[in-house]
Design a protein around this ligand. Structure first.
Ligand code: KG4
Ligand code: ZN
Length: 341
């Protein structure tokens, strides 16, 4: 079969990224320009600043991606772009740039769901074995997704309020850690003890999650200790928080694996970089004799390589967008709108 080269674009939040992916699992080149240092000063992503920076960076990122691959556009089979979920203004820059590239080079345009991208980041780690379950944990999402074939997503549970990433970032802010707090809390938890008692969130028979309660519990605990004139042990609080969150995520995921009798578990999304989550899933999946695929750390947070991997399967099944493609900030994984077919 002829090789397929996809030029993929990701601008849904604060990373401007482009990538060339061969046959859905081979990275030819990728460039990721992170804006974290800019947004850090504001304690989170500022949408207007994010889109302005995408606009300034995108042409350069495209040029660098082609140069790194030592390729020209004529070798590319299709242009893929994230069209949701994400920040409207940020998505728009990537979409308009993708349209321009597709039009100028006469290539098909493939619309890709950002969360499908996170799941397909695992294509760089190994083959998918169906049926499988994906635990998707990011800054905006916490979902359990069932897949019985390529590019088919069924949500079996999800958060009813905050995502895990959001909870991490908010807890970090309360204890004075800069954005994004997730990676630092993870690091601090390695030297802390689980000495603070926190409530286990939504410990029930469903496959849904809730993280707003534990976030409030941490905020209250910090305020109470302050009022009593006591110092918080930040490392211990980080460890207590991480253990509580990881335990419930893993507990429900393992129960879902058993119920749906899947062959494989995929970990996906920015929080999949979390060492506590990776370790406990390793242990529990090992006990069950179930294969666990985890993205390499560089594919955990937003990047265009994962979009190129997902786009390959969208391309094979015939997903195409026309030049009316628009951002869909609240796009659901189970939706397939904006496709011509
Ligand atoms: O997937 P992502 O890059 O962006 C979205 O699509 O939302 O995820 C970003 C989130 C942030 O909330 C960040 O704090 C969290 O992932 N994160 C982590 C870790 N690395 C990134 N959370 C916990 N532990 C980590 N090691
Ligand atoms: Zn993401």
């Amino acid at each position: 079969m002829k090789d397929t080269y996809i030029f993929a674009i990701e601008t849904s939040c604060d990373e401007t990224s482009a990538s060339i992916i061969k046959n859905g699992n081979e990275e030819i080149s990728t460039v990721v320009l992170s804006q974290i240092d800019i947004h850090k000063n504001f304690g989170g992503v500022v949408p207007e600043i994010a889109s302005r920076n995408h606009t300034q960076a995108i042409t350069l990122v495209f040029e660098k991606t082609l140069k790194k691959a030592n390729m020209t556009m004529d070798k590319i089979d299709a242009i893929a772009v994230t069209y949701g979920p994400g920040l409207n203004g940020s998505l728009l820059i990537g979409i308009e740039a993708a349209k321009a590239l597709a039009l100028a080079n006469n290539k098909p345009l493939i619309p890709v769901n950002h969360m499908a991208g996170h799941i397909y980041a695992n294509k760089f780690s190994g083959e998918f074995k169906f049926p499988l379950l994906a635990l998707v944990v990011s800054g905006g999402h916490t979902e359990l997704i069932y897949m019985d074939k390529e590019y088919s997503f069924k949500k079996i549970g999800g958060t009813l309020d905050d995502s895990v990433g959001e909870a991490y970032d908010k807890v970090a802010r309360v204890i004075g850690i800069p954005y994004p707090g997730g990676p630092l809390i993870d690091k601090m938890s390695k030297i802390g003890n689980s000495s603070y008692k926190l409530p286990t969130p939504k410990d029930d028979d469903s496959f849904d999650f809730s993280f707003s309660g534990i976030k409030s519990a941490v905020i209250n605990l910090v305020h109470n200790e302050k009022q009593r004139g006591k110092e918080i042990n930040k490392e211990d609080l980080a460890k207590s928080f991480q253990d509580t969150v990881v335990n419930i995520l893993v507990k429900k995921t393992i129960r879902a694996i058993k119920k749906y009798n899947v062959k494989q578990l995929l970990l996906a999304g920015g929080v999949s970089a979390n060492s506590g989550l990776r370790n406990l899933l390793d242990i529990e999946c090992n006990k069950l004799g179930i294969e666990l695929l985890k993205p390499e750390i560089r594919y955990c947070t937003d990047n265009a390589s994962m979009i190129g991997a997902a786009a390959y399967y969208a391309y094979l099944r015939g997903d195409r967008a026309d030049f009316n493609l628009e951002p869909n900030p609240g796009l659901d994984l189970e939706e397939g709108d904006n496709c011509e077919k």
